[in-house]
Design a protein around this ligand. Structure first.
Ligand SMILES: Nc1ncnc2c1ncn2[C@@H]1O[C@H](COP(=O)(O)OP(=O)(O)O)[C@@H](O)[C@H]1O
Ligand SMILES: [Mg+2]
Length: 282
């Protein structure tokens, strides 16, 4: 794949009124163009990590700690450059809006950037088109459904032309259809523009199909690996407190019955096909 676009080394963070570390010596790297899912129980530090990456929170300074985003080391002096590279979509559609209309809202992130009006209109139009929300440009945000609001939030992110998109449980408040629409949209945009995606999620079906999976527990990286390896490691899953994705539940029950399904099989269709083959061989 690509080059090392995110490099997080030995990062810790403690909220001033807390006695525990919210992030505890966290290190990981992400290659460009990857889809990394971050999972972990509530309070494990996922949102704190998002805020650290975007420079909204400043980590403790340990001797060898650093955050390097697309070759630029995060510091007071580089905050603006880093924020041009990272776009974040947060969880709550209601809290994403600052503009009076959909178009204003997408334009908001472009203000203070010395972009002339025509160019701004062009970028806003293009961004709304990419999420199929152009026809709502002049509407008030409160007219929109939760899923439509998240699409506008994504347009706002696209407008700044980031390299990295962070989804902080961006679909968790949507119904299953709304979730799927947003996920498919981001996957399509990722292909078109080669975004690197870091997706904080509780959706294990999404996690299975990621390039890598990072498990946080009590502020620590419990494991960072290919999802296939993680979901086939029963002991690790028990320690992490993660539930098993549907296919892996079936696999585990089958294995108790003496039917062992190969590790590579992670999707429902593959599993069904494999079982068909087995029964036709008999
Ligand atoms: N503003 C805050 N002040 C104090 N503690 C906080 C604050 N935000 C989060 N925490 C604590 O930091 C830990 C990590 O929280 P967070 O990053 O929000 O976890 P997650 O996103 O995984 O649910 C939790 O123990 C949480 O209670
Ligand atoms: Mg969170």
């Amino acid at each position: 794949m690509g080059y090392k676009i995110v490099d997080v080394n030995n990062i810790s963070y403690q909220y001033y009124d807390s006695s525990q570390l919210a992030l505890d010596h966290v290190s990981f790297t992400v290659d460009s163009g990857m889809w990394v899912s971050v999972v972990g129980p509530n309070g494990s530090g996922k949102s704190t990590l998002t805020k650290i990456l975007d420079g909204l929170l400043v980590p403790k300074s340990d001797k060898d700690s650093h955050i390097i985003i697309d070759g630029i080391k995060l510091s007071d002096n580089t905050l603006y450059d880093i924020r041009n590279k990272i776009g974040i979509v947060f969880q709550d559609p209601e809290n994403q809006f600052v503009g009076a209309t959909v178009a204003d809202d997408v334009a908001f992130g472009l203000e203070n950037r010395n972009i002339d009006r025509n160019q701004m209109i062009g970028i806003v139009t293009d961004s709304l088109k990419q999420v199929d929300m152009l026809k709502f440009a002049d509407k008030a945000p409160n007219m929109l459904s939760g899923g439509q609001k998240q699409r506008v939030a994504i347009a706002g992110v696209l407008a700044i032309k980031p390299k990295i998109i962070i989804l902080d449980e961006a679909t968790s408040m949507l119904d299953p259809d709304g979730k799927n629409i947003i996920l498919k949209l981001i996957k399509k945009l990722q292909k078109q523009n080669n975004y690197t995606v870091i997706s904080i999620t509780h959706d294990l079906e999404e996690a299975i199909y990621s390039d890598k999976l990072l498990i946080l527990k009590a502020g620590k990286v419990l494991r960072y690996d290919h999802p296939r390896k993680i979901f086939n490691d029963v002991q690790l899953l028990e320690r992490s407190g993660l539930d098993l994705p549907f296919v892996f539940k079936i696999k585990s029950q089958l294995s108790q019955m003496g039917v062992n399904i190969p590790e590579e099989i992670i999707g429902q269709k593959e599993l069904v096909n494999y079982l068909w083959q087995l029964s036709s061989k008999k």
